[in-house]
Design a protein around this ligand. Structure first.
Ligand SMILES: *Cc1c(COP(=O)(O)O)cnc(C)c1O
Length: 385
């Protein structure tokens, strides 16, 4: 098994050491890939501030690497805040991006020095005004672009543009600084045009606030949504950057506001490979055409984004030769724990119990989504390559 690009050339050797010494399943991360992706992002959006969405992969090493690169951080809970603070990041480089917060959490963020908050409702805005007085707030708007996204994020968060205007005015009246507008077009968004519609919506909100309320918004937070490399094809990142720059220019001309990006998946996804072991191979009848391949990684210890077969990871084994369609399932006693049944992965007929299966582009939303002890299986372990 030789690790393909974009892994470092000596990463294969290091992975082999891990395979020889550690129990499976585990995630192995090549930090150099994250660094490369970060540099590509900076180059694609030279004027933007990058706020890494910590939930994608909260490993200390990942946070530290990005902190050293100069990244800022999008944080969703006091526990994430503690993690990022521990890496020595200045609270001025953090935002509390979750629109669902306890007042105790707002208080905690404020005490620690965070002064930038997302909101999408009046109750949350009042909560911020009370416990984080004088802070900057940005209003999250709904986008109708969950189509095209393999892992939609839009419906639960955001308010309509009319309400965004009202919240910005209220924010000012409550002594907060109405600073900007945010959106998230859905994670692993393959339709770039969705950004066009979202930016146009922001433009209308900015104009109304300026003209009717004399409020000058200063920032657009364009969230995440940039892709990692899974089976479903996407445009190159450079195409995303060029197109989105064009949309901004069309709507804002030479007066483009301060831009914030909150990438998660696109920064860390391709940096990871999960190594798993085949626990069982079976057929459901003597004439069944398909083999079931059960691995020690599944829905509940890292692969939850295969739910509905939304994310299709590239897979490899150490075997070669003729291949056959399989159904891939995890190790737990839950029938939800089937990764791929509709989409037919083909694996070598020579595959045997005890062989390894490698799951590529699994650096995002795997360790952080892993359950604690369903059926006693421990959370997904990770190592740095
Ligand atoms: C999860 C999340 C992100 C990251 O999205 P990706 O599609 O992984 O880049 C960014 N912003 C917010 C508010 C999020 O909740």
């Amino acid at each position: 098994m030789i690790l393909p690009q974009p892994f470092r050339s000596d990463a294969t050797e290091r992975l082999q050491e891990l395979i020889n010494s550690k129990p499976t399943p585990f995630l192995a991360l090549d930090l150099s890939v994250i660094q490369t992706r970060y540099e590509e992002l900076e180059k694609g959006f030279p004027l933007a501030d990058i706020f890494y969405a910590v939930k994608a992969n909260p490993a200390d090493e990942v946070i530290q690497l990005l902190a050293d690169q100069g990244s800022s951080f999008d944080i969703a809970s006091p526990q994430e805040l503690d993690k990022v603070l521990k890496c020595g990041v200045d609270p001025q480089r953090m935002s509390y991006g979750n629109t669902i917060k306890k007042s105790s959490a707002v208080k905690y963020f404020y005490e620690k020095g965070v002064r930038l908050y997302a909101t999408d409702s009046e109750a949350d805005l009042r909560n911020i005004a009370e416990h984080a007085p004088g802070s900057k707030v940005y209003i999250r708007v709904l986008t109708d672009g969950s189509e095209g996204a393999d892992w939609p994020l839009s419906r639960k968060f955001g308010c309509n543009p009319e309400m965004a205007v009202e919240l910005a005015v209220q924010a000012r009246d409550l002594g907060l600084i109405p600073y900007g507008v945010s959106f998230h077009v859905g994670s692993q968004q393959r339709d770039i045009d969705v950004w066009d519609g979202a930016i146009a919506k922001v433009k209308v909100i900015f104009e109304r606030l300026k003209q009717e309320f004399n409020i000058q918004m200063q920032m657009i937070n364009m969230g995440g949504g940039f892709p990692a490399k899974y089976l479903q094809k996407t445009n190159e990142f450079t195409t995303y950057a060029e197109e989105i720059a064009r949309f901004l220019k069309e709507d804002f001309g030479d007066d483009v506001p301060h831009i914030i990006l909150e990438p998660g998946r696109s920064l860390v996804g391709d940096a990871g490979v999960i190594v798993s072991e085949v626990v069982l191979i079976s057929r459901k009848s003597s004439t069944a055409l398909e083999r079931w391949v059960y691995t020690d990684v599944g829905m509940f210890n890292g692969l939850i984004e295969t739910l509905g077969e939304a994310i299709k990871y590239p897979i490899a084994t150490s075997r070669e030769g003729a291949e056959e369609e399989v159904i891939l399932a995890g190790p737990t006693c839950d029938s939800l724990d089937i990764m791929y049944e509709q989409h037919k992965y083909e694996l070598p007929l020579s595959l045997e119990i005890g062989d390894h299966i490698f799951w590529f582009s699994t650096g995002a939303y795997t360790t952080s989504y892993s359950s604690i002890e369903f059926n006693g299986f421990p959370p997904l372990e990770y190592y740095i390559l």
